[in-house]
Structures are given as C-alpha cells and as structure tokens.
Design a protein around this ligand. Structure first.
Ligand code: 16C
Length: 258
C-alpha cells in the first residue's frame, strides 16, 4: 500500500472511449449504462407482460405489446446461447460496417455518416419497404464497449453494442420518400469457458456465448399493426439465427478472440 501511495506502482485508469470529447458522449455513456442494466435483468425481473413468441433450441424471444399514439412499439427481448464463439467476436461482427450487408437482410443501403472513434460510429440506413407502408430509414449512433466481468473476475470480459437513434442536421427526418424510424437496440454478450478436464488448451469446443438482444423500434408513422407484428415475428428470429450462424462461419478457422 505504501508503494501505491508513493506512486511507485502505476494505477491503471478505467478504460475510457476515445469518443469522450464528442458532443454526443454524455448521451451515449448514459444510454449504454442504462441499456446494459436493463439487458442484464432476467425476463421475470424486467416487468410483467412478456410473452414468448419464438423459440428455437436455445433461442427464446419475448415481446411486450405496447402502442404509442396508435403505433406499435412492442419491446423485444431475446436470449440465446451459441457454442464456439465469444462475446467479443459477436459484438465485433455486429458493430463493424464491413460485414453488415452480409447478415442484415432488411437493409437496402448503409452509410457511415461519422466516425466518432474506433468504437463509436454514426449510421444512416435505409431498410426494405414493407407493403403497404412507406419505406423506412434510421439515423443512429452505435457504440461498442468492453465491460468488466463482475461475476467472475478471472473470466472473460463482457461486451456490448448499443445502437440508438439520433438527429443529424445534414439528414433531417421525413423530407424524402422514407419515413424515419426510431430505434434503441442493445446486444449484450457474455462468454462462458468450460476448460477441458485434462488440462489441454482451450479450443472453440470449450467456449459458448450467452447473447441478450433487446430492441424497441418506433415505426415513426403509419404502418398497419397486424402487418408490423407479423413482420417482426418473422424477421427477428431470422436475424438472430442468420447473424449467429454468420459469426460461427466467420470465426471457425480463426484464433479465438476473447
Ligand atoms: O439490430 C439489428 N440491426 C442493426 C444494424 O442494422 C440495427 C438496425 C435496426 C433496424 C431495425 C428496424 C428495421 C426495420 C425496417 C423495416 C423492416 C423491413 C423488413 C423487410 C422484410 C422483407 O440495430 C437487427 C435488426 C433486425 C430487424 C428485424 C425487423 C424488425 C421489424 C420492426 C418493425 C419496424 C417498423 C417498420 C415500419 C414499416
């Protein structure tokens, strides 16, 4: 303790994103903390009204029916456990624009409007039109963060990506043919390691990733409730299966990225 006090032992500061200087930083930091806290709660802990609407093996998807001004804004919470991949890998492929067209099937066009820092980007995305509604677009920041593993100090860190709608003065909402949607998405990933009993090195057979995906999308304008609910019931399970299969395929012959 004396050496610490006298300054002989360097004290490592907590990791801070290079985006801290940006005008959006207070909002990003606050939202990330809030979203992670919500994502960490179990279905039973985060209020009533959650209905299971899709299940496939380890994947479970719940929604809560909610409307704002007559528009469906049903919150979604999905949990999944996927073998052979880590939380860092899942977040890397979800965050990076390089891979987005490979797995995001609702996407028509994506532009990076601003690179705030390596871990924080601003996107403009147009999505495929759902008949009979108008086409939708979204402007959102996306932030990826490593979180300390407070359940097991020796275990791998947790990782998250939070996407949240924002305004960009150069891209005002609802001026073109697209209606602006408003989204809040949180992907939270926890790696589990099951070390081999014989002491041999850890391989992909010894890791799995618990994924929690939470999303709230406000359609921003008229869209028939029945169509919207039918679309998300089909599209969310499709997304999570396709995306996790993509990460498995991308990583299977690469070294494990913890
Ligand atoms: O989180 C996901 N993707 C991220 C990176 O792209 C990001 C984007 C989220 C956008 C989510 C909403 C996009 C819906 C637009 C219209 C859907 C067209 C479907 C076309 C089918 C041929 O966070 C993964 C997102 C997975 C999206 C599942 C679909 C959810 C539908 C929600 C209803 C939106 C209202 C549309 C009103 C017409």
């Amino acid at each position: 303790r004396d050496r610490l006090k006298s300054g002989q032992i360097p004290v490592t500061p907590p990791p801070i994103s290079p985006a801290v200087q940006h005008r959006l930083w207070p909002e990003i930091d606050k939202m990330v903390k809030q979203q992670v806290a919500m994502a960490r709660m179990g279905i039973g802990e985060c209020g009533t009204g959650w209905q299971l609407f899709a299940e496939d093996g380890e994947m479970k998807m719940y929604r809560r029916e909610e409307e704002v001004d007559g528009m469906v804004v049903d919150p979604l919470k999905a949990v999944h456990v996927v073998k052979g991949i880590t939380g860092h890998e899942v977040c890397h492929y979800f965050f990076s624009p390089k891979y987005r067209y490979d797995w995001e099937t609702t996407l028509e066009h994506m532009t990076v409007l601003e690179t705030i820092s390596d871990d924080t980007l601003m996107f403009l995305q147009t999505h495929k039109r759902i008949w009979p509604a108008s086409q939708r677009e979204a402007v959102f920041w996306s932030h990826m963060r490593k979180l300390p593993n407070d359940q097991d100090r020796d275990g791998p860190d947790m990782w998250t990506v939070v996407n949240n709608s924002t305004e960009d003065p150069s891209h005002p909402a609802n001026v073109g043919k697209c209606v602006r949607i408003y989204l809040t998405v949180c992907l939270l990933c926890q790696t589990r390691v099951h070390p081999p009993k014989d002491g041999t090195p850890i391989t992909r057979d010894n890791v799995s990733c618990k994924i929690t995906y939470c999303s709230v999308v406000n359609p921003g304008g008229w869209a028939p409730a029945s169509v919207l609910r039918a679309v998300y019931k089909r599209e969310y399970p499709k997304f999570l299966k396709r995306f996790t299969t993509y990460v498995i395929n991308q990583t299977k012959s690469k070294p494990i990225m913890f």
